[in-house]
Design a protein around this ligand. Structure first.
Ligand SMILES: NC(=O)c1ccc[n+]([C@@H]2O[C@H](COP(=O)([O-])OP(=O)(O)OC[C@H]3O[C@@H](n4cnc5c(N)ncnc54)[C@H](OP(=O)(O)O)[C@@H]3O)[C@@H](O)[C@H]2O)c1
Length: 210
């Protein structure tokens, strides 16, 4: 299994790298800007590659021989989604795991939904556009919409489908990373699904840590 991690120095991605190395035999390509930040990971199983996701040529180069692409990005979500879709199509790579955020479908109910909209509403549209592009791409995607993220050292999560209201308020980055690793190891898991991820029993007007 050859996994390409885009935005590999992202906070969820760092947990995922550690889980991949601890629990799987996957070969990893860590793709990031200023790659020297992860140079200590370079090994027989891990290639560290300097690159911007908006650099079409370099991204295409990184896709060679890859089975699963895991995108853990921020910033220009629309531009990056377009670059990823183009590079995957040109290299015949089909399996994509893509992190977005809760709230892009106004799917968060109640008081927390209102608070979430007030707090991050203006930032949601690019994530929604990226998700729409991916769903329309024909790729074998899993779009993940995490709740508010913590650094808690725990793996404890539940999933909601796109057709359901979002549950809970928060989830650990390690939980999202664990889900990513499970999907990469079992590519049929959550295939062509768009899922919310939260820690059970964290309902409330806002995340407990906020
Ligand atoms: N905070 C929350 O509670 C919350 C909740 C739900 C979802 N989310 C979203 O979930 C996503 C993942 O979360 P996270 O905590 O892992 O995010 P993060 O630590 O901000 O990681 C995002 C990564 O994207 C990389 N990136 C951005 N543009 C790039 C480009 N053009 N080329 C290459 N890399 C690029 C950044 O690289 P550099 O290091 O080079 O800048 C950064 O390492 C984010 O989009 C976040 O906003 C957050």
């Amino acid at each position: 299994m050859n996994v390409l991690i885009l935005g590999a120095n992202g906070q969820i991605a760092r947990y995922a790298i550690d889980l991949f190395l601890k629990d799987t035999n996957a070969n990893l390509t860590l793709y990031l800007r200023n790659a020297e930040r992860l140079s200590e990971y370079q090994s027989d199983h891990v290639k560290v590659m300097d690159g911007d996701v908006l650099d079409d040529q370099k991204l295409k180069q990184a896709m060679t021989g890859i089975d699963v692409v895991y995108a853990n990005l921020s910033g220009d979500m629309e531009g990056q989604a377009k670059s990823i879709i183009k590079a995957m199509k040109e290299t015949n790579v089909t399996r994509l795991i893509f992190i977005t955020t809760l709230g892009i479908y106004d799917e968060v109910p109640g008081e927390f939904g209102e608070w979430n909209n007030q707090t991050i509403g203006p930032y949601l549209e690019p994530y929604r556009i990226a998700a729409d592009l991916i769903e329309d791409s024909g790729l074998n995607y899993t779009i993940i919409r995490p709740a508010w993220l913590t650094h808690n050292d725990e793996i404890d999560f539940e999933i909601t489908d796109k057709s359901e209201p979002f549950k809970g308020t928060e989830v650990s980055r390690k939980s999202v990373a664990s889900l990513v690793v499970d999907i990469a190891e079992n590519p049929e898991l959550h295939s062509r699904q768009n899922i919310g991820v939260n820690k059970p029993n964290t309902e409330g007007p806002k995340p407990a840590f906020y």
